[in-house]
Design a binder for this molecule. Structure first.
Ligand code: NAP
Ligand code: GFB
Length: 333
């Protein structure tokens, strides 16, 4: 995908002392592109300048590169998305890399934010970091209550440390650094790589190949695990709200309701419908199922935003299938 490594969205051409300069790390990813879409289609406020960056602008695991980036952009606010990210099967293979890479990225971004007097940082956790052995629904108070699922312990512990750091920056320096906890995200600009990516983009790619090359459409695992899926553009609207309005250090879960949890089998059937595929669905039960469920409560979110409307799952899957089919040549795969 060709994209300049730093690009801006603003509604006013002039910059004043009160302009909020919002640096979005991970700007080329699934969530970063969704935030860019939302701010560039009407959500950008007069006093805001949004700056999106990728790893080409700065490798955030390199402290000097992060300092240079902050010297150049001079952010007043940061949405920190950049991370080593992947689906179940990538996590199972590279726990050490997920741990080390993400610890160093997060430490560099938070410490440099502090050194530059950044007013607010919103970082991104994930519901997979909660304890594996737990009661349901999971809520925000339970992040550190026990070991995460073994399949992604590296990623999970690195993410948990963001919450620890946020508390420590608040306690020692009075910083307003917080985090949000999305469930499984999907949408345009996802990583559609079958081996490394998440389940929905992986299934969309497999169906595309089944349709165009006559290969079998195989869902990995039993299809019985359960997931709450959030559309990236809904998550983007919630991220922007969190940056502007959410002023607790403690994290907040950004999720659809517990009643909207779906099995992998149901998700696969939704993809088949969204891709307009009429072939057979096979299951390879020799492949891992991963965590059975991580059902999260969105009660805290609903207290803040009782009228928030999520895009219906079926519509969001269809929009993503259409985007992938239209953009097959340039999509990450
Ligand atoms: P993604 O599509 O894989 O994008 C990752 C982004 O991080 C890309 O912009 C990438 O830049 C950047 N990045 C990776 N390593 C970097 C480095 N060393 N230096 C600078 N930038 C780097 O990921 P995503 O799904 O949008 O995830 C965004 C955030 O949401 C992450 O913090 C992730 O943990 C969290 N999250 C994701 C999900 C999900 O289901 N996807 C669920 C819960 C939470 P390049 O394009 O230049 O490589
Ligand atoms: O999205 P996913 O890889 O991540 O989904 P997790 C895994 C579930 O989907 C398992 C099934 O039950 C798999 O057996 N599955 C079926 C597939 N077919 C496929 C396929 O083609 N590709 C993939 N990937 N799965 C991740 C964590 O867990 O959740 C990450 O490992 C991250 O760290 C993410 O935080 C949100 O939900 O299991």
């Amino acid at each position: 995908m060709s994209q300049s490594s730093l690009w801006e969205v603003r509604s006013s051409p002039s910059q004043t002392d009160s302009t909020k300069i919002i640096l979005v790390t991970g700007g080329s990813g699934l969530v970063g592109k969704a935030i860019e879409h939302v701010v560039s289609t009407g959500e950008c406020r007069e006093e805001e300048k949004w700056v999106f960056v990728t790893s080409k602008e700065a490798d955030l695991s390199n402290a000097d590169a992060v300092k240079k980036l902050f010297d150049k952009v001079k952010p007043t606010h940061v949405i920190h998305l950049a991370a080593m990210v992947g689906g179940l099967f990538r996590n199972m293979k590279y726990n050490l890399d997920f741990l080390r890479k993400n610890i160093s990225i997060n430490d560099n971004v938070l410490q440099t934010s502090y050194e530059h007097g950044v007013q607010k940082v919103v970082s991104c956790l994930s519901t997979c970091i909660f304890p594996d052995k737990t009661t349901y629904p999971i809520d925000e108070t339970m992040v550190h209550n026990g070991p995460p699922h073994d399949s992604n312990f590296g990623y999970s512990h690195a993410k948990r440390l963001i919450d620890v750091q946020n508390k420590a920056y608040a306690q020692q320096h009075g910083c307003m650094y917080t985090s949000v906890i999305p469930t499984n995200v999907f949408g345009p600009h996802d990583n559609f790589n079958i081996d490394n990516g998440h389940v929905l983009p992986g299934l969309m790619h497999k169906v595309y190949l089944a349709k165009t090359q006559g290969t079998e459409f195989t869902v990995w695992g039993t299809g019985s695990p359960r997931r709450q899926f959030i559309y990236s553009r809904d998550l983007a609207r919630l991220f922007i709200w969190a940056l502007r309005e959410y002023d607790e250090i403690d994290p907040i879960i950004l999720s659809v309701g517990e009643e909207d949890e779906a099995t992998i089998k149901e998700a696969a059937e939704m993809v088949v419908e969204g891709m307009d595929y009429s072939g057979e669905i096979k299951y390879d039960t020799s492949k891992a199922d991963g965590q059975f469920k991580k059902t999260a409560s969105n009660a805290k979110l609903m207290k803040y935003l009782p009228n928030f409307q999520f895009t219906p799952f079926k519509q969001a899957v269809k929009e993503t299938c259409d985007w992938f089919t239209r953009n097959y040549d340039m999509a990450r795969k």
